[in-house]
Design a protein around this ligand. Structure first.
Ligand code: HEM
Length: 213
């Protein structure tokens, strides 16, 4: 615990924890997207994917605890950095120029982050903490996207998620040391590509389910 508090108290420590947890979320999202794409296989394929996943039992619970811990760290440091930046901006003597210049992604990180947090709470209530005894996961997803409001919310938030990741991916690689002029442009392009994959990959699913089920 002491190392954690020590790491939190330094600026580079905070950036490192932010980068490592951010990378963890990107790995989770890649696995989650791959799993969700089984929706295109239809009801049986998607339910079977979900059953196989839950059959992993303790491994899933450990992964869930890991996600929760990462979320707590990422959100706490995000809030600390937000207020530090706010204080720095109000000081006339401090220049607040972000590395890599200002992009929509870099300028909106705290706000897109907050929207993603609110989305995840809604998402977990809808799909995770719901009674599944007399239904199955495909039916729960189909019911949700029968409501045009949820299709709009999900599709919009997936665009916001893409904006958050477009800067987050680049930024985390800067923190982890890939800030060499030779690699930075490639990391930037890869980050944009990844955010487009997440935006379209997740964002098209609700529309597909709404129109096909
Ligand atoms: C169209 C987009 C998405 C669909 C259709 C979808 C669908 C699902 C489904 C069916 C579950 C499984 C619930 C269960 O079996 O317990 C789930 C869990 C979850 N989703 Fe999503 N998801 C989407 C996007 C996202 C995004 C963008 C995030 C994060 C930013 C996210 C985070 C989570 C988390 C944290 C869980 C809980 C995982 C667990 O505890 O096992 N999802 N989602």
């Amino acid at each position: 615990m002491k190392w954690f508090i020590n790491t939190l108290s330094t600026s580079i420590g905070k950036k490192l924890l932010m980068a490592v947890t951010g990378l963890g979320f990107i790995c989770f999202l890649l696995v989650h997207l791959a799993g969700n794409l089984t929706i295109y296989g239809g009801k049986d394929v998607f339910n079977s994917y979900s059953e196989h996943l839950h059959a992993l039992g303790p491994i899933v619970h450990i992964a869930e605890l890991g996600l929760l811990a990462m979320a707590l760290v990422h959100i706490s440091i995000g809030i600390i950095l937000f207020f530090q930046n706010l204080r720095a901006r109000s000081s006339r003597y401090v220049m607040n120029v972000r590395a890599g210049g200002r992009t929509i992604g870099s300028a909106t990180m705290p706000y897109t982050g907050l929207i993603i947090l609110l989305f995840v709470i809604l998402h977990l209530v809808q799909f995770h903490f719901t009674d599944k005894t007399h239904t199955n996961i495909f039916q729960i997803v189909a019911m949700a996207f029968n409501n045009p409001l949820y299709v709009v919310i999900y599709t919009l938030v997936m665009g916001i998620l893409a904006i958050h990741i477009s800067h987050g991916f680049w930024s985390l690689f800067q923190t982890l040391g890939a800030n060499h002029p030779k690699y930075s442009p490639a990391v930037f392009v890869f980050g944009i590509g990844l955010s487009i994959i997440f935006g379209i990959g997740f964002g098209f699913l609700p529309i597909y389910v709404a129109f096909s089920v």
